[in-house]
Design a protein around this ligand. Sequence first.
Ligand code: C5P
Length: 236
Amino acid sequence: MNKGQLLYEGKAKRLYETENPEVLFVEYKDSATAFNGEKKANIAGKGNLNNQITTLIFEKLQANGIESHFVKRLSDNEQLVRKVEIIPIEVVTRNIAAGSLAKRLGFEEGMALKRPIVEFYYKDDTLGDPLITTEHIDVLGIATLAEVEELYNAALHVNEVLSPIFAAVGVTLIDFKLEFGRDNNGNVLLADEISPDTCRLWDTKTNQKLDKDVFRRDLGSITEVYEIILQKLGGI
Ligand code: C5P
Protein backbone atom coordinates (compact mmCIF):
# COMPACT_ATOMS: atom_id res chain seq x y z
CA MET A 1 0.00 0.00 0.00
CA ASN A 2 1.60 3.28 -1.10
CA LYS A 3 1.48 6.65 0.60
CA GLY A 4 -0.57 9.06 -1.52
CA GLN A 5 -1.46 12.69 -0.99
CA LEU A 6 -1.24 14.21 2.49
CA LEU A 7 -4.84 14.63 3.69
CA TYR A 8 -4.36 16.03 7.17
CA GLU A 9 -1.60 16.90 9.59
CA GLY A 10 -2.44 16.97 13.29
CA LYS A 11 -0.32 17.54 16.39
CA ALA A 12 0.87 13.93 16.57
CA LYS A 13 0.05 12.31 13.23
CA ARG A 14 -0.08 12.77 9.47
CA LEU A 15 -2.80 11.07 7.40
CA TYR A 16 -2.26 10.15 3.76
CA GLU A 17 -4.51 8.73 1.06
CA THR A 18 -3.72 5.27 -0.32
CA GLU A 19 -4.78 3.65 -3.62
CA ASN A 20 -7.71 2.16 -1.66
CA PRO A 21 -10.29 4.95 -0.99
CA GLU A 22 -11.41 3.14 2.18
CA VAL A 23 -7.96 2.93 3.75
CA LEU A 24 -5.62 5.64 5.04
CA PHE A 25 -1.94 5.63 5.80
CA VAL A 26 -1.05 7.08 9.26
CA GLU A 27 2.39 8.37 10.16
CA TYR A 28 3.09 8.93 13.86
CA LYS A 29 5.24 12.02 14.45
CA ASP A 30 7.97 12.47 17.04
CA SER A 31 6.19 15.45 18.56
CA ALA A 32 4.70 15.97 21.99
CA THR A 33 2.18 18.73 22.67
CA ALA A 34 0.18 19.73 25.72
CA PHE A 35 -2.16 22.47 26.91
CA ASN A 36 -3.87 22.83 23.52
CA GLY A 37 -0.54 23.03 21.69
CA GLU A 38 0.99 25.72 23.95
CA LYS A 39 3.76 23.35 25.09
CA LYS A 40 5.59 21.56 22.28
CA ALA A 41 8.68 19.41 21.90
CA ASN A 42 10.27 17.07 19.43
CA ILE A 43 11.01 13.75 21.12
CA ALA A 44 12.98 11.21 19.10
CA GLY A 45 11.35 7.77 19.13
CA LYS A 46 7.98 8.91 20.49
CA GLY A 47 6.10 8.27 17.24
CA ASN A 48 7.51 4.78 17.10
CA LEU A 49 6.45 4.05 20.69
CA ASN A 50 2.91 5.38 20.25
CA ASN A 51 2.48 3.49 16.98
CA GLN A 52 3.52 0.24 18.67
CA ILE A 53 1.47 0.80 21.83
CA THR A 54 -1.67 1.82 19.89
CA THR A 55 -1.26 -1.26 17.71
CA LEU A 56 -1.06 -3.59 20.72
CA ILE A 57 -4.08 -1.96 22.36
CA PHE A 58 -6.27 -2.08 19.23
CA GLU A 59 -5.25 -5.74 18.73
CA LYS A 60 -6.17 -6.56 22.33
CA LEU A 61 -9.51 -4.77 21.95
CA GLN A 62 -10.22 -6.68 18.75
CA ALA A 63 -9.39 -9.97 20.49
CA ASN A 64 -12.08 -8.97 23.00
CA GLY A 65 -14.69 -8.20 20.35
CA ILE A 66 -14.16 -4.43 20.03
CA GLU A 67 -13.59 -3.31 16.43
CA SER A 68 -11.72 -0.13 15.51
CA HIS A 69 -10.37 1.62 12.44
CA PHE A 70 -7.01 -0.15 12.92
CA VAL A 71 -6.00 -2.40 10.01
CA LYS A 72 -2.29 -3.14 10.53
CA ARG A 73 1.06 -1.71 11.54
CA LEU A 74 3.35 -1.22 8.57
CA SER A 75 6.60 0.00 10.07
CA ASP A 76 8.07 1.62 13.17
CA ASN A 77 5.98 4.76 12.81
CA GLU A 78 3.35 3.87 10.20
CA GLN A 79 0.03 2.03 10.19
CA LEU A 80 -2.99 1.50 7.96
CA VAL A 81 -6.46 2.42 9.19
CA ARG A 82 -9.96 2.38 7.76
CA LYS A 83 -11.08 5.79 6.56
CA VAL A 84 -13.75 7.36 8.77
CA GLU A 85 -15.16 10.83 9.21
CA ILE A 86 -14.11 11.78 12.74
CA ILE A 87 -16.97 12.85 15.04
CA PRO A 88 -15.70 16.04 16.76
CA ILE A 89 -16.27 14.71 20.27
CA GLU A 90 -13.56 13.57 22.69
CA VAL A 91 -15.04 10.84 24.87
CA VAL A 92 -13.23 10.71 28.22
CA THR A 93 -13.76 7.87 30.69
CA ARG A 94 -12.45 8.15 34.25
CA ASN A 95 -11.95 5.60 37.02
CA ILE A 96 -9.82 7.71 39.38
CA ALA A 97 -9.90 11.49 39.84
CA ALA A 98 -7.06 13.31 38.07
CA GLY A 99 -6.44 16.12 35.61
CA SER A 100 -9.31 18.42 34.72
CA LEU A 101 -11.89 16.45 36.76
CA ALA A 102 -9.84 16.83 39.97
CA LYS A 103 -9.45 20.54 39.23
CA ARG A 104 -13.08 21.19 38.22
CA LEU A 105 -14.72 19.40 41.16
CA GLY A 106 -11.99 19.91 43.78
CA PHE A 107 -11.28 16.17 44.05
CA GLU A 108 -7.94 14.99 45.34
CA GLU A 109 -5.85 13.48 42.55
CA GLY A 110 -5.84 9.69 42.98
CA MET A 111 -9.27 9.49 44.64
CA ALA A 112 -11.15 6.42 43.39
CA LEU A 113 -14.52 7.30 41.84
CA LYS A 114 -17.45 5.20 43.05
CA ARG A 115 -18.27 4.46 39.40
CA PRO A 116 -16.65 5.18 36.05
CA ILE A 117 -17.59 8.57 34.62
CA VAL A 118 -17.97 9.25 30.89
CA GLU A 119 -17.62 12.85 29.70
CA PHE A 120 -17.90 14.50 26.29
CA TYR A 121 -15.67 17.35 25.11
CA TYR A 122 -16.23 19.34 21.92
CA LYS A 123 -13.15 18.81 19.76
CA ASP A 124 -12.48 22.42 18.78
CA ASP A 125 -9.03 23.93 19.40
CA THR A 126 -10.24 27.53 19.09
CA LEU A 127 -12.75 26.92 21.92
CA GLY A 128 -10.22 24.92 23.96
CA ASP A 129 -12.18 21.62 23.72
CA PRO A 130 -14.98 22.52 26.21
CA LEU A 131 -16.89 19.96 28.28
CA ILE A 132 -20.33 19.49 26.69
CA THR A 133 -23.60 17.76 27.55
CA THR A 134 -25.77 15.52 25.39
CA GLU A 135 -28.04 18.50 24.78
CA HIS A 136 -25.11 20.62 23.59
CA ILE A 137 -24.20 17.80 21.19
CA ASP A 138 -27.78 17.70 19.90
CA VAL A 139 -27.95 21.48 19.41
CA LEU A 140 -24.48 21.59 17.81
CA GLY A 141 -25.71 18.85 15.45
CA ILE A 142 -22.40 16.96 15.68
CA ALA A 143 -23.96 13.58 16.57
CA THR A 144 -27.41 12.09 16.95
CA LEU A 145 -28.78 11.10 20.35
CA ALA A 146 -28.55 7.45 19.30
CA GLU A 147 -24.87 7.98 18.45
CA VAL A 148 -24.25 9.65 21.84
CA GLU A 149 -25.65 6.56 23.53
CA GLU A 150 -23.42 4.41 21.33
CA LEU A 151 -20.32 6.47 22.26
CA TYR A 152 -21.21 6.24 25.95
CA ASN A 153 -21.69 2.46 25.88
CA ALA A 154 -18.58 1.93 23.74
CA ALA A 155 -16.46 3.97 26.16
CA LEU A 156 -17.63 1.89 29.13
CA HIS A 157 -17.04 -1.32 27.17
CA VAL A 158 -13.47 -0.26 26.28
CA ASN A 159 -12.94 0.57 29.96
CA GLU A 160 -14.19 -2.88 31.02
CA VAL A 161 -11.76 -4.55 28.62
CA LEU A 162 -8.71 -2.31 29.07
CA SER A 163 -8.76 -1.84 32.86
CA PRO A 164 -8.09 -5.54 33.63
CA ILE A 165 -5.52 -5.79 30.81
CA PHE A 166 -3.52 -2.98 32.43
CA ALA A 167 -4.22 -4.24 35.99
CA ALA A 168 -2.73 -7.63 35.05
CA VAL A 169 0.61 -5.93 34.32
CA GLY A 170 0.61 -3.71 37.40
CA VAL A 171 -0.76 -0.56 35.78
CA THR A 172 -3.89 1.36 36.81
CA LEU A 173 -5.98 2.86 34.02
CA ILE A 174 -6.85 6.20 35.63
CA ASP A 175 -8.64 7.76 32.65
CA PHE A 176 -8.51 7.84 28.86
CA LYS A 177 -9.81 9.67 25.80
CA LEU A 178 -11.39 7.99 22.79
CA GLU A 179 -12.39 9.33 19.39
CA PHE A 180 -14.87 7.78 17.00
CA GLY A 181 -15.68 8.18 13.33
CA ARG A 182 -18.36 7.23 10.85
CA ASP A 183 -17.53 4.89 7.99
CA ASN A 184 -19.04 5.16 4.49
CA ASN A 185 -22.18 3.40 5.69
CA GLY A 186 -22.60 5.73 8.65
CA ASN A 187 -21.52 3.09 11.17
CA VAL A 188 -19.73 4.44 14.26
CA LEU A 189 -16.23 3.02 14.65
CA LEU A 190 -13.57 3.51 17.33
CA ALA A 191 -10.73 5.54 15.75
CA ASP A 192 -7.64 7.70 16.40
CA GLU A 193 -5.12 6.24 18.87
CA ILE A 194 -5.01 4.78 22.38
CA SER A 195 -1.61 5.37 23.90
CA PRO A 196 0.06 7.02 26.91
CA ASP A 197 -0.64 10.29 25.06
CA THR A 198 -4.37 9.70 25.48
CA CYS A 199 -4.55 7.69 28.73
CA ARG A 200 -3.42 8.28 32.30
CA LEU A 201 -1.54 5.17 33.42
CA TRP A 202 -0.05 4.83 36.90
CA ASP A 203 2.17 2.10 38.28
CA THR A 204 -0.26 0.37 40.66
CA LYS A 205 2.34 -0.15 43.43
CA THR A 206 4.25 3.13 43.30
CA ASN A 207 1.74 5.49 41.60
CA GLN A 208 4.54 6.48 39.19
CA LYS A 209 3.01 8.27 36.22
CA LEU A 210 3.62 6.35 32.99
CA ASP A 211 1.88 8.73 30.56
CA LYS A 212 1.90 12.19 29.01
CA ASP A 213 1.63 13.89 32.42
CA VAL A 214 5.40 13.23 32.58
CA PHE A 215 5.73 15.71 29.69
CA ARG A 216 2.93 18.06 30.82
CA ARG A 217 4.47 18.42 34.29
CA ASP A 218 8.18 17.99 33.44
CA LEU A 219 8.50 14.83 35.54
CA GLY A 220 11.23 13.13 33.49
CA SER A 221 11.72 11.30 30.21
CA ILE A 222 8.51 10.36 28.43
CA THR A 223 10.22 7.87 26.15
CA GLU A 224 11.45 6.00 29.25
CA VAL A 225 7.95 5.66 30.69
CA TYR A 226 6.32 4.90 27.30
CA GLU A 227 8.91 2.10 26.88
CA ILE A 228 7.80 0.68 30.23
CA ILE A 229 4.18 0.61 28.99
CA LEU A 230 5.21 -0.98 25.68
CA GLN A 231 7.16 -3.71 27.48
CA LYS A 232 4.38 -4.38 29.98
CA LEU A 233 1.90 -4.80 27.11
CA GLY A 234 4.15 -7.41 25.55
CA GLY A 235 5.96 -5.24 22.99
CA ILE A 236 9.71 -5.37 22.52
O1 C5P B 1 -7.16 16.77 30.98
P1 C5P B 1 -8.19 15.76 31.36
O2 C5P B 1 -8.11 15.34 32.79
O3 C5P B 1 -9.59 16.19 30.99
O4 C5P B 1 -7.86 14.47 30.46
C1 C5P B 1 -8.57 13.26 30.63
C2 C5P B 1 -7.90 12.17 29.78
O5 C5P B 1 -8.09 12.46 28.40
C3 C5P B 1 -6.39 12.07 29.98
O6 C5P B 1 -6.01 10.70 29.90
C4 C5P B 1 -5.81 12.85 28.83
O7 C5P B 1 -4.54 12.37 28.45
C5 C5P B 1 -6.84 12.59 27.73
N1 C5P B 1 -6.97 13.72 26.80
C6 C5P B 1 -6.51 13.59 25.50
N2 C5P B 1 -6.63 14.63 24.61
C7 C5P B 1 -7.21 15.77 24.97
C8 C5P B 1 -7.69 15.94 26.30
C9 C5P B 1 -7.54 14.88 27.19
O8 C5P B 1 -5.99 12.53 25.12
N3 C5P B 1 -7.34 16.76 24.08
